[in-house]
Design a protein around this ligand. Structure first.
Ligand code: NAD
Ligand code: DAU
Length: 354
């Protein structure tokens, strides 16, 4: 069915992959990408699809109620895919204010805009709120997060995401807003900002720089290839039951040290050797642990498999090889992010309107 989708945060890592998926696989959907272009937003990542007839970009803040009202009215938005957020846990520890502003106030402002615009005519409309498994806290050696697991966020980031989940759910129960929530595990793949573990290790490893592993490297994450996540979100928009949440995970629990060692070995196989002749594992450096570092995340994705027939298609071995290949083939992308020149792209494209 044709849709007009407001994608918030479409210039971030997952948003870029999601916009690309929609333009490729949902040709009767119009896509409006609303992004503030914070440090994490990279408009250049969508340069090759920027003139697609179904795509438009709006630079703006989800906290801007007037802008949202105009967009909903003028574009007749019937679907929201809400990715925009401050997403990096380490930054939330050193500077939590932006996380409260965007993740809590921004989500509230967006929910209000949808409620006002869809009032009395929400049939067929969908508000998909993208959230994280981090709202459930930290697991011990066994067990999995299910949709029934009690919320127990432990970082400013996860607390802000938990708040936004509660708001989204409250708008369903109180106002009947057609809300859906997804709680996903760690994504990896193309276009991820190189502050996150996998692209950071790849970038440092390529340049022979130290590879920081927090604490003992025994923390566990459940890795999901970003394309699989994006396909799950489309499935939930199209078939999800209103008011419900769906856990999305990759069934790929790995310790951080395992992931870093694997990346070292893949770089040794696929890239030029280090000038020292040493294997890249020699660059691994155990550093001071993250404050409040959650030990283990693991998703039980049984509900989305059973109810919506969604399973991840990409194994960790396939996904990590594809990811290494992408970063090796797109070194310019990483270089423009690390030297900051990606932030000029919007100015160059839009000039005085920037
Ligand atoms: P990201 O940090 O790469 O991108 C965030 C995007 O949001 C950027 O383009 C940024 O410019 C934009 N943005 C930030 N503040 C904004 C504002 N006030 N108004 C408009 N745009 C704004 O994040 P990501 O990794 O792509 O994550 C996307 C969503 O998925 C987030 O909500 C995150 O919590 C959630 N999530 C991420 C992961 C993961 O592993 N990356 C896993 C589970 C859930
Ligand atoms: O679980 C989903 C979450 O995954 C998302 O909600 C977040 O937005 C996303 O950033 C991610 O959070 P993490 O904190 O798990 O991702 P990060 O890449 O920052 O770290 C992954 C693990 O690697 C974590 O245990 C910390 C560790 N780490 C990270 C960095 C950046 C290191 O050991 N060294 C590093 O340099």
């Amino acid at each position: 069915m044709a849709k007009t989708v407001l994608v918030t945060g479409g210039c971030g890592f997952i948003g870029v992959n999601f916009v690309r998926l929609l333009l490729r696989e949902r040709q009767d959907w119009r896509v409006i990408n609303l992004d503030k272009l914070t440090y994490a937003g990279n408009l250049q990542s969508l340069a090759d699809v920027s003139s697609h007839p179904n795509y438009s970009f709006v630079k703006g803040d989800i906290c801007d109620a007037a802008l949202l009202a105009t967009l909903f009215r003028e574009q007749q938005i019937d679907t929201v895919a809400h990715f925009a957020a401050e997403s990096h846990v380490d930054r939330s520890i050193t500077g939590p204010a932006e996380f409260i502003q965007t993740n809590v106030v921004g989500t509230f402002t967006l929910l209000e805009a949808a409620k006002k615009h869809w009032s009395g005519k929400s049939e067929g409309c969908r508000f998909l709120h993208v959230s994280t498994d981090e709202v459930f806290g930290s697991l011990g050696a066994t067990g999995f997060f299910t949709e029934e697991t009690a919320y127990d966020p432990r970082s400013p980031y996860s607390a802000s995401k938990a708040s936004s989940d509660h708001l989204a759910r409250a708008y369903f129960h109180t106002y009947g807003l057609p809300v859906l929530i997804t709680n996903c595990s760690n994504n990896y793949g193309p276009y991820q900002f190189p502050e996150k573990l996998i692209p950071l290790i790849l970038n440092n490893g390529l340049h022979g720089r130290p590879l920081p592993v927090y604490g003992d490297g025994g923390n566990i994450r459940d890795w999901l290839y970003v394309q699989d996540h994006c396909e799950a979100i489309v499935r939930v928009i199209e078939q999800g039951r209103l008011g419900e949440s769906y856990n999305i995970g990759g069934h790929n629990e790995k310790t951080n040290l395992h992931v870093v060692q694997l990346l070292c070995d893949l770089l040794d196989q696929k890239a030029a050797p280090l000038p020292s002749g040493q294997p890249r594992r020699s660059l691994i450096s155990f550093v001071k642990d993250r404050l409040g570092h959650d030990r283990r995340y693991a998703i039980d994705a049984g509900k989305v498999a059973e109810k919506l027939d969604w399973l991840p298609k990409v194994t960790f071995e396939q996904g990590i090889a594809k990811t290494v290949d992408w970063y090796l083939a797109n070194r310019d992308w990483t270089a423009s992010v690390t030297d900051g020149s990606y932030q000029q792209y919007y100015q160059n494209m839009y000039g005085d309107r920037a």
